[in-house]
Design a protein around this ligand. Sequence first.
Ligand SMILES: C[S@@+](CC[C@H](N)C(=O)[O-])C[C@H]1O[C@@H](n2cnc3c(N)ncnc32)[C@H](O)[C@@H]1O
Length: 331
Amino acid sequence: MQTIQTRKLSALALPWPVKWPELFGAKCPLILEIGFGGGTYLLHLARQHPEAGIIGLEISNQSLLRAERAVVRERLPNIRVIHSRAETALGHLFEPESLSEVHINFPDPWFKRGHHHRRLMQRDTLDALVSRTRPGARLFLATDIREYAEMSAELLEATPGLDNLLPASWANEMPGRIVTKYEGRAHFAGRPCHYFAYQRNQQPAPFVPVVRDAPMPHAVFASPLSFDEMHTAYTPFKAAAGDTHIGFSEVYQGRSGLIIEIHVSEPTIEQHTALLLAPHGDMTGEYTLKMSTLGHPRPTEGMQLAVRALSEWLISLHPDARLFQHKPESE
Ligand SMILES: C[S@@+](CC[C@H](N)C(=O)[O-])C[C@H]1O[C@@H](n2cnc3c(N)ncnc32)[C@H](O)[C@@H]1O
């Protein structure tokens, strides 16, 4: 394991799932920290475990930048920091039973009732964590928020794949632990911290499939309408199927056609990107609708739904418009 991370890594640009031995330059046990923030704990893990590959997930660009600089400055070859929500990484980047240890320190509490679904500690995410950890793997969680601790205790205790390593639901001290930024703040404010330590047992894990790239979506249709007419007719709209929600927002005239901004929200991934409506070959009146390259989109079932919903809407604008080809074919 010789190479220092110098390249920015993101769940949207990495292969699904990641070939970790290639990324680290060697096959090694994988230790994950979710939401590493200031990065002190992550760097400590890397120094403590030179034999392991340490993976840090963050959604804050500032935290990522700071960690990337620290990794280069300290010449730590065994860390990879990745721009990714934990939910996306667990769904797309890791194979079942691939992780040896997971650390979650002071996750954002999302206090407001309407925001509870964003909490990291919830059934689906915990099931994905159990699926991605190997028997014997350990899971550590710390929080200074009593309500979060109680909610986590309830979830963890109801998880057959995990055994509690502590005599109670949590401990209020964890000797020898390196103190994170939020932990330091809690100590300073006199707030008690709650530390959890669990171990993956031999019980079968919940089935959480690794989400891979879906076939590239694309539609070809004929319409008597011009680009300008379709542009004028366009108004933002929404589409949904199951847990997938798509918002079609602004439309722009690009050099090669119309660019339609979309937000695609799926259970494991959110993409803010665009579709491109371009002329189909040299034929006037024929159009191709496909993913644009803006925002580095990945082909997912949500992107397929986006192409299908928008092409259907464009075709509905004129009675003589008709679909030639839709990929992948709808059932
Ligand atoms: C309260 S801070 C704690 C930071 C650090 N672990 C500490 O103890 O000082 C929570 C961190 O988790 C990150 N975060 C929030 N939601 C996340 C998610 N779904 N996936 C990965 N990181 C997330 C935030 O950007 C933030 O840096």
